[in-house]
Design a protein around this ligand. Structure first.
Ligand SMILES: [Zn+2]
Length: 384
């Protein structure tokens, strides 16, 4: 039940915000008095240099703490925005396996704060800057364009705000960014509108659709229609599946929804036939290490990504909700080596795997691949 609630809440309100000390930064400042700390510091420095691709991040889960404090204050919301530590408890989760109360509190606050087009534009822009600082070359940022806040932005205003922020960030920081619109399992009645918005904003960087929410809820015919219509319109498809739900959800995503990528997907390994199907279809798995431990979807011991790596299955390392989970992209690479057991040689190839799985036209995809190869080559030659 715990996992059901976490999955439901996490994905239905897709939330928030910022950490004051991202894992990689925390590690870089840690004392070198112990061997463990030295190893972590070295790892953080090593992975900070790698070019990266982020394919699975929810915008409302990726905001800066101080920005949320400022917005809360500006909108006169009843949060302790003048006390950083107290405010953080409202918009971030202090530890893995948080309580239902913690989740409710965080997601409600985040939705309340991200209540205007301007707020959305700001957090989107700032996230691109954060990506730039972490050596990201390319990213796809996802969001559900329907706010549940009374008086909140319309779907159109939501898209306009986010896209304006992403466009500005892309131009200023040189990180190529695209976006994905999310259906919710709990709200199939919104699917047609979301597809319509996605189609309308394809010319401004919307490249695909996804479905989030409680994975244990069955799909509605309107979800399926939404995905099939999106495919016909030229949009790509990724699906949260096999995270809290069974391998069967991965099969359904591939065969019934036309998924090219799977969000998380760890439970695909519970069924070898479905895993074979995913391999035959060359499905890419969007792995999110810290988030999946938070939601009790998997543990780092014997992590599915080890099998993916061994079998040559394409996957990437992503953050999901870096603000909520107090992580960042650099730090997720550290976790992947230190806690999961992937090697540096495996991890340094993941940006290329991510680029190949990007929802971009072939020519643009190859440009991203080329940029990553050039950065890797410079790294090998000690130029960065
Ligand atoms: Zn997600």
């Amino acid at each position: 039940m715990h996992r059901i609630f976490l999955s439901c809440l996490q994905r239905s309100s897709k939330s928030l915000l910022v950490q004051t000390a991202p894992l990689s930064l925390a590690m870089s400042t840690v004392s070198t008095a112990s061997t463990t700390s030295t190893v972590s510091t070295d790892m953080a420095a090593k992975y900070a240099k790698l070019p990266k691709v982020e394919l699975h991040v929810h915008l409302d889960g990726a905001c800066r703490l101080n920005t949320l404090r400022e917005l809360s204050k500006e909108y006169g919301l009843p949060y302790p925005h003048d006390d950083e530590e107290a405010f953080k408890l409202w918009v971030a989760l202090p530890s893995a396996a948080p309580s239902l109360v913690d989740f409710l509190k965080v997601f409600t606050a985040l939705a309340e704060i991200l209540r205007t087009e301007e707020a959305l534009a700001r957090v989107a822009y700032e996230y691109v800057e954060d990506l730039h600082r972490q050596n990201a070359v390319y990213a796809e940022i996802r969001y559900n364009p329907f706010s549940e806040v009374v008086g909140g932005p319309t779907g159109e205003q939501y898209c306009e705000g986010v896209i304006a922020g992403l466009e500005r960030g892309e131009k200023e920081f040189g990180v190529k960014v695209r976006s994905i619109l999310c259906f919710k399992r709990e709200n199939p009645e919104r699917c047609a509108e979301i597809v319509s918005l996605a189609h309308r904003y394809m010319s401004r960087g919307v490249v695909g659709v996804d479905i989030a929410g409680n994975e244990l809820l069955p799909l509605d015919p309107r979800h399926i229609d939404g995905f099939l219509t999106a495919k016909k319109l030229g949009l790509h498809v990724t699906v949260h599946a096999g995270e809290s739900g069974p391998a069967e959800n991965v099969r359904q995503a591939i065969e019934d929804l036309g998924a090219e990528r799977i969000g998380h997907g760890y439970h695909v390994l519970q069924n070898e036939d479905i895993y074979c199907l995913a391999r035959e279809k060359k499905i890419h798995f969007e792995v999110c290490p810290t988030s999946s431990v938070y939601t009790s979807s998997t543990q780092n011991d014997n992590h599915a990504s080890l099998r993916f790596a061994r079998d040559g299955v394409s996957f990437s390392i992503n953050t999901d909700d870096p603000g909520v989970m107090l992580c960042d992209l650099n730090g997720e690479y550290v976790v992947a080596e230190r806690d999961i057991g992937l090697t540096y040689d495996q991890l340094k190839q993941l940006a290329l795997a991510g680029a190949e799985a990007a929802f971009l036209p072939d020519q643009e995809k190859q440009e991203v691949v080329k940029a990553i190869r050039e950065r890797l080559a410079a790294l090998e030659q000690g130029h960065c």
